[in-house]
Design a protein around this ligand. Structure first.
Ligand code: NAP
Length: 265
């Protein structure tokens, strides 16, 4: 599974690669021999990372500066994904959490949140999948969150954007897995990155925070195992299996000509 430095196989395009989880994926994938395309807004940070990774690993690293909430920038990244046949792995990592909760709605912030966490991820996936299908293979890593399963946490619509990512990834695998596409949803719990500070929260006030390197290394174990859902922090995988099996058990019962007895007036 692990690629060596001497057998470069493919290029990975990573969004949100200037820091945090995305920059850590860049490091780990470069060490596996992937050439890289880094996408984010902060050109200087990406240049510094690219320089280090080129020197440490010998892979090629391109930089695509883009604000993925801007449609023109997003179109540039989509075009690269459509046209560059060397790209075999898309890491949809760029994401944000917004300030506030449902009790204090900030509609502009919510729009940006959905643009980045939902629209950009979906459009980039849609841009690359037809080419992957034509080539008969392709890999997509989508960074979701345990909050996809935990609306109890008071982070407003952030959790809902991550539920979207989980469902999209499951659907991708179900529809296209047999045609050579592999998609993984990674659901990190609290991980030490700048996202907390950026959304006005203090990560040091939390317990159970994982270091970013450990989270990404665990997620890559799940990637190598071809998991659809990877929960790096969940101790007992049987809990996820029970949850998913309960969902699947409902499926044959959804289509009914009549409302359930409890809703009959
Ligand atoms: N850290 C956690 O506790 C945690 C837990 C669960 C899930 N996640 C998810 O993990 C992913 C990565 O988050 P992180 O924790 O690594 O956060 P981070 O440290 O804040 O990094 C976010 C990355 O996304 C980029 N980005 C932000 N807005 C962007 C935009 N408009 N256009 C392009 N790039 C943009 C940032 O770069 P620039 O500022 O240079 O653009 C940065 O590279 C996110 O999807 C997040 O929801 C994080």
């Amino acid at each position: 599974m692990t690629k060596t430095l001497n057998s470069v196989k493919t290029t990975a395009l990573i969004t949100g690669a200037s820091t945090g989880i995305g920059a850590t994926y860049a490091d780990r994938l470069a060490r596996r021999g992937y050439n890289l395309i880094l996408v984010a807004r902060d050109q200087k940070r990406m240049e510094a990372l690219a320089e280090r990774l080129r020197a440490d690993t010998g892979v090629t690293v391109d930089i695509l500066q883009a604000d993925l909430t801007r449609s023109e920038d997003l179109a540039t990244v989509e075009a690269r994904l459509r046209g560059d046949e060397r790209i075999g792995l898309l890491v949809n990592n760029a994401g944000m959490a917004a300030h506030g909760s449902y009790a204090a709605p900030d509609l502009e912030a919510w729009s940006s949140l959905i643009s980045l966490n939902v629209t950009a991820l979906t459009r980039l996936t849609g841009a690359v999948v037809p080419r992957f299908l034509a080539q008969g293979k392709g890999e997509i890593i989508n960074i979701a969150s345990v909050l996809a399963l935990a609306p109890e946490m008071p982070l407003g619509p952030y959790a809902a954007t991550k539920s979207f990512v989980v469902t999209l990834t499951q659907g991708l695998n179900l529809e296209l897995g047999a045609r050579g596409i592999y998609a993984q949803a990674v659901l990190p719990a609290a991980t030490r990155t700048e996202i907390w500070e950026r959304s006005g929260r203090d990560v040091n006030s939390l317990t159970g925070v994982m270091e970013v390197g450990e989270m990404v290394d665990a997620a890559l174990v799940g990637f190598d195992r071809r998991e659809t859902i990877t929960l790096p922090s969940l101790p007992d995988a049987a809990q996820w299996d029970a949850y998913d099996n309960a969902r699947k058990a409902m499926l044959p019962n959804f289509p009914q000509e009549h409302a359930a007895a409890r809703y009959q007036a």
